[in-house]
Write a protein that binds this ligand. Structure first.
Ligand code: 3HC
Length: 284
């Protein structure tokens, strides 16, 4: 395939909207799909808001901002991806729905399209197995918040062919990210290290009876972290973190991977972090 001209993004939650924002800012026509028109509009507003802030801060011209927002087409139908060169999935972190979606995309998308998943901790190979073209399925794992975090992990699944893999890698660079190549092992590179590390931090909360505020102050001022672990888990979402921990524990059976009970209870209580305005901290 030549240059990627049109991208589809499935799921416009925090990650999908961030990915769509990167694409339109890079001048790429982007089709964004949400399950309802209202959710699509919420995502467009979110993207518009962050781009407006860039204009206010002198980082972007007003005309460029408007053109970028104009490159986003919203849809509720997967059929709208029929002409996309690359489709990036950012829906719920569950294997069943992802496999169902990839089977549908396989039916709808052009044979030469690249199908990418933003999964954090599931197997790209298992997701790809739902299609008849696993050689054209890759992982493109962005970090939260996608517009601000430079990294994207380009994940080669068992059957991924070189050309779609390199297409995804080149595209990651084109939208301003720093791509790295990795294989489809549990947690890929960063989450393999970060998830057990954050779980250790939460266990320290209980063991040493330090407060979340003091733990965050400690890691920011003693280890140079940009955010404390409690702030970071609130940002990522406690449910997402628990889910990723469970997937890694399932795959690797290392006790440090298992979600600490405190986080499981918080997730069960609906204390999911920033998105529910309550986690370790409360948000306006
Ligand atoms: N989308 C787009 N733009 C955003 C944004 C978002 N979600 N959030 C903030 N911005 C924009 C805002 O316009 C903001 O400016 P404004 O406040 O003037 O409007 C601007 O970015 C800068 O925001 P901040 O002032 O908050 O920026 P900071 O300098 O404080 O840096 C940070 C923020 C980059 C998030 C930094 O704190 C950091 O690096 N934190 C660590 C984050 C991290 O580790 N993420 C990885 C999580 S793990 C993961 O994602 C893996 C997954 O699989 C679980």
């Amino acid at each position: 395939m030549g240059e990627v001209r049109t991208v589809g993004v499935v799921g416009l939650g925090a990650m999908g909207a961030g990915i769509a924002q990167l694409c339109v800012e890079a001048g790429v026509d982007t089709v964004g799909r949400e399950v309802t028109a209202d959710l699509g509009e919420t995502a467009r507003d979110r993207i518009g808001h962050f781009l407006t802030r860039k204009v206010e801060k002198g980082q972007l011209e007003q005309a460029a901002r408007d053109e970028a927002v104009g490159r986003l087409t919203l849809t509720t139908e997967l059929d709208a991806f029929a002409d996309c060169d690359l489709v990036i999935e950012a829906i719920v972190e569950e294997l069943g729905p992802k496999q169902e979606l990839f089977a549908e995309l396989d039916r709808i998308c052009r044979p030469d399209a690249v199908l990418a998943t933003n999964t954090s901790a599931l197997s790209v190979t298992e997701i790809a197995s739902a299609t008849t073209r696993p050689e054209r399925v890759v992982g493109m794992h962005f970090f939260n918040p996608a517009p601000l975090m430079p990294l994207v992990e380009i994940v080669r699944a068992e059957l991924t062919a070189d050309e779609p893999f390199e297409t995804a890698f080149t595209f990651g660079g084109r939208i301003g990210k720093t791509p790295i190549r990795c294989h489809d092992t549990p947690g890929f590179v960063v989450n393999r290290v970060l998830i057990p590390l954050l779980n250790d931090c939460i266990r320290v909360l209980d063991e040493s009876r330090v407060t979340p505020e003091d733990l965050d102050t400690g890691m920011k001022n003693g280890a140079g972290w940009p955010m404390g672990p409690c702030e970071l888990i609130d940002l990522v979402g406690i449910d997402i973190h628990v889910h990723a921990s469970e997937a890694l524990y399932e795959a690797l059976r290392e006790p440090r991977m298992a979600a600490p009970p405190r986080l499981v209870r918080m997730a069960q209580a609906g204390l999911l972090g920033r998105k529910t305005k309550r986690g370790f901290y409360t948000y306006d």
